[in-house]
Ligand binder design. Structure first.
Ligand SMILES: NC(=O)C1=CN([C@@H]2O[C@H](COP(=O)(O)OP(=O)(O)OC[C@H]3O[C@@H](n4cnc5c(N)ncnc54)[C@H](OP(=O)(O)O)[C@@H]3O)[C@@H](O)[C@H]2O)C=CC1
Ligand SMILES: O=C(O)[C@H](O)COP(=O)(O)O
Length: 457
């Protein structure tokens, strides 16, 4: 962690610096943003509250650096990414420790996140070489009315400055899933990390710094999304936005200029259970899917639609497993840890109370201490309850009993969400190849031939 020699320069006093023009800087605002430890509910870290002027400078240097980077050979870009990945993995322990303190991620999962991020960066470097290393060659006589008098060559070129805004739940992994594709494609990157998770992200950025990327190519500005967010997303110097998070993404898509947007937003992932299902397998997967990292995953199971005829048995099997989940601080690797903020805990509680008022069956007693909410299965949830539709992003799972598969499918289709890039869940899909394609555009070069050329072979 900061304080150790490797990361000493990223902190000044007790406030973490922001990263611009290849160095760690203190903001001229003289202000900081506190990061509250979800477990203790006390300020654990502080990050700079960057100003709009500092954002302008960061974008300016990102623009300049990108022009040279686009001319850097693809193999060299890949080589630097592999180096950053190795440094990141080498420092998994201090970075994971930040995740434990900032977002209450169980320690083992925090280490996994960092290692997985390093692997993603390396994979992206390799995929980039494959995807960007080839273009297309087209001949003109496939189109009616043409002889073979033109050759057309296409290749993928970078967009310019990519703005990356990840959410709190995977502040390292979902940041590198934007940074690595942007860089391998020849773009520069401006990262605005989530406030909860910013310090882990700053450590990760330092690993890229240590790998030796050119000055200005990577920047990381900190500050509340609600304060500098609009300024960043509406900035004329930004050529592409890759955002993962909640409804904020819908607002961004309405405000941003005509630039490519990658939006991975909220979801209400359903699990439909039919009569012939293997109920032990289902129960195990529902508990893993619904309660890992206390339900704070975009891919979490967020509603179970269960055929009435098997519901009693399945609910019992799920309850038996829920009873075995350990609850407590992330330092002890508990299954259920405090949710990220007090407002998040209040929101979850609001959904639970609404369900209670409207008659849902509580399989466990509702229990909360600070941000820590004990795992809760709500049976007999009906469509008039908010939790049937809204995303708790916490350890509370609703069961809706259905009488036909069509009823289950109808419920899923009636949702505003459609995870992985449909409806209110966003635009486009993340994933390494998709991101590389999204962060590039096709350049077409047409060569006019003096005479038709059919002599190829
Ligand atoms: N589809 C997917 O792949 C995934 C989706 N998610 C979704 O993310 C949500 C939880 O993450 P959470 O972090 O709470 O989401 P938020 O939408 O609250 O925040 C996401 C990011 O946006 C920033 N932000 C806030 N306001 C603005 C603004 N006006 N302009 C620009 N940026 C802004 C936040 O910064 P700050 O923290 O400083 O406010 C944060 O970095 C859930 O809905 C979940 O489903 C999560 C993971 C994956
Ligand atoms: O965004 C998320 O919530 C994560 O990318 C989910 O990843 P996982 O399903 O592999 O935990």
């Amino acid at each position: 962690m900061a304080g150790s020699d490797t990361f000493a320069e990223i902190i000044d006093g007790d406030v973490f610096n922001y990263y611009s023009n290849g160095q760690w800087n203190k903001s001229s605002s003289g202000k900081y943003v506190p990061i509250i430890n979800p477990t203790t509910r006390k300020t654990h870290f502080k990050v700079q509250a960057c100003t709009q002027e500092e954002v302008n400078k960061v974008i300016e240097s990102a623009k300049t650096a990108q022009k040279l980077w686009a001319k850097t050979p693809l193999w060299k870009r890949a080589e630097l990414l592999h180096k950053a990945a190795a440094i990141l993995k080498e420092h998994k322990a201090p970075i994971a420790e930040c995740l434990v303190k900032e977002i209450a991620k169980p320690r083992k999962d925090a280490v996994t996140e960092v290692v997985r991020s390093g692997d993603l960066v390396s994979y992206c470097a390799e995929e980039g070489v494959r995807v960007l290393g080839e273009g297309k060659f087209l001949v003109s006589d496939s189109f009616p009315g043409n002889d073979r008098t033109k050759y057309c060559l296409t290749s993928k070129i970078p967009l310019g400055v990519v703005l990356a805004i990840p959410p709190f739940n995977y502040p390292v992994n979902l940041a590198v899933s934007k940074i690595a594709p942007a860089l391998i494609s020849g773009n520069s990157i401006v990262l605005k990390p989530p406030t909860q998770g910013a310090v882990a992200a700053l450590h990760m950025v330092h690993c890229f710094h240590l790998a030796g990327f050119p000055k200005g190519l990577i920047s990381c500005v900190t500050g509340k999304g609600s304060e500098i967010g609009d300024f960043l997303t509406m900035h004329p110097g930004v050529n592409c936005i890759s955002f993962t998070g909640g409804d904020t993404g819908i607002a961004i898509s309405k405000k941003s200029a005509m630039i490519p947007l990658q939006m991975e937003l909220g979801g209400k992932d359903a699990c439909i259970v039919l009569e012939d299902a293997d109920l032990d397998l289902v129960a195990a997967n529902i508990v893993k899917g619904g309660f890992s990292y206390s339900g704070q995953r975009c891919t979490a199971v967020k509603v179970a639609l269960v055929m009435e005829s098997v519901a009693d048995i399945l609910v019992k099997k799920i309850n038996d497993k829920v009873a075995k989940l350990t609850v407590g601080p992330p330092e002890d690797d508990n299954d259920i840890t405090p949710v990220v903020t007090e407002s998040s805990a209040n929101y979850i509680e609001g959904l639970v109370m609404d369900a209670k008022k409207k008659g849902a069956t509580f399989c466990q007693e509702y229990r909360r201490e600070g941000n820590l909410i004990w795992p809760l299965l709500l049976d007999n949830v009906r469509p008039d309850m908010r939790i049937a539709w809204e995303e708790p992003f916490g350890p509370v799972l609703p069961v809706i009993r259905i009488n036909s598969v069509e009823e289950g499918i109808h419920h899923c289709n009636a949702s505003n969400f459609g995870l992985q890039g449909l409806k209110d869940s966003g635009i486009g899909s993340q994933g390494i190849t998709n991101s590389i394609n999204m962060m590039t555009k096709i350049k077409t070069t047409v060569i006019n031939l003096p005479t038709p050329s059919y002599s190829m072979g």
